[in-house]
Design a protein around this ligand. Structure first.
Ligand code: SF4
Length: 304
């Protein structure tokens, strides 16, 4: 957000993308070039260097204006670079809250413990429906599914102080399988240690069959039913309120691995969406042209 529109808030939100490298290759990933393409190559970049990260610390320290910092750390898959994650957490000025978006494949207890010790509070892990649905969209090289590994890791990190938020993508294609997913998770996990929430996913060219229009009453009722089932199985279910996105609407910053600034995570990595960098700050003239909101309204808590 341009500095002239900079609001005074109690916490400053910084989203830091450590690299676009990922061990998965989800069809709907928005980090593709060109955007909105399921076959284009994923964005690529070297992981953030120490020099850039040091400048990120200076930039955040200036922008926060005495406020505490809420950090969101993500990739690509950030845990491919555990030392970068630890350095970012340890060096972030006035760190108050830190959360990690991860696909969960590398989230083992020994690493979770080190991350918590460095300041991480929670991790967001996504499922795309029951095992066959999930493994059909969230897979590693060679089409190896990730479901079993993620469930095993989620169960193992229950021994640590890391809180986990499970985001379940809802599409017309996977909707019918979600009760099976919830039942399986409740069998393999201690539900009281995990919070579940649902996110409608738009078809970005993947070609899902139609049938669950997000603007219709049946879609609302379907999601309410899923929340009821989650709560009945013992999962934490957040009470959610619509809030301005802390990044693109409330003065926070989205910082890419090269130190460039973007209005929103969905625009990160695209040269034509850059609005400044951590050395020179926001370019107000370019920001006025390029600033944009995230595609969907943000709902709190929505830890992505
Ligand atoms: S795990 Fe996330 S970053 Fe990696 S390909 Fe899937 S959606 Fe993209």
């Amino acid at each position: 957000m341009p500095e002239s529109q900079w609001p005074k808030d109690t916490a400053y939100s910084a989203m830091v993308i450590l690299s676009f490298i990922c061990n998965a290759s989800c069809a709907y990933c928005f980090q593709r070039q060109p955007a909105i393409s399921q076959i284009g190559p994923r964005l690529n970049s070297r992981p953030m260097t120490n020099d850039i990260m040091d400048q990120v610390f200076k930039f955040v320290d200036y922008r926060r204006q005495g406020s505490v910092v809420n950090l969101v750390m993500l990739g690509g898959e950030a845990l491919i670079f555990p030392d970068h994650c630890l350095r970012l957490l340890r060096g972030m000025p006035a760190l108050s809250n830190a959360r990690l978006t991860t696909n969960g494949v590398l989230l083992v207890p020994s690493l979770a413990e080190r991350l918590v010790e460095a300041g991480l509070k929670s991790a967001l892990i996504t499922f795309d429906g029951s095992q066959p649905n999930h493994d059909a969209t969230r897979y590693l090289a060679g089409n190896r599914g990730t479901y079993d590994t993620i469930v095993k890791n989620l169960s193992a990190v229950e021994t640590t102080a890391l809180r986990t938020n499970i985001r379940i993508h809802v599409t017309p294609h996977n909707y019918a399988s979600i009760p099976d997913l919830l039942n399986d998770l409740s069998t393999n996990l201690n539900p009281s240690l995990h919070t579940v929430f649902f996110a409608l996913v738009h078809d970005t060219g993947v070609g899902w069959q139609s049938g669950l229009d997000p603007n219709t009453l049946p879609a609302e009722e379907a999601i309410i039913e899923l929340y009821r089932l989650s709560a009945a199985l013992g999962f934490g279910v957040p009470t959610r309120t619509r809030v301005p996105c802390p990044m693109c609407q409330a003065g926070g910053s989205v910082i890419g691995p090269t130190g460039h600034l973007y209005p929103c995570e969905e625009m990160a990595g695209f040269e034509d969406r850059r609005v400044g960098d951590v050395w020179n700050g926001y370019d107000e003239a370019i920001s006025n042209i390029r600033w944009g909101r995230c595609f969907t309204s943000r709902i709190d808590p929505d830890p992505d």
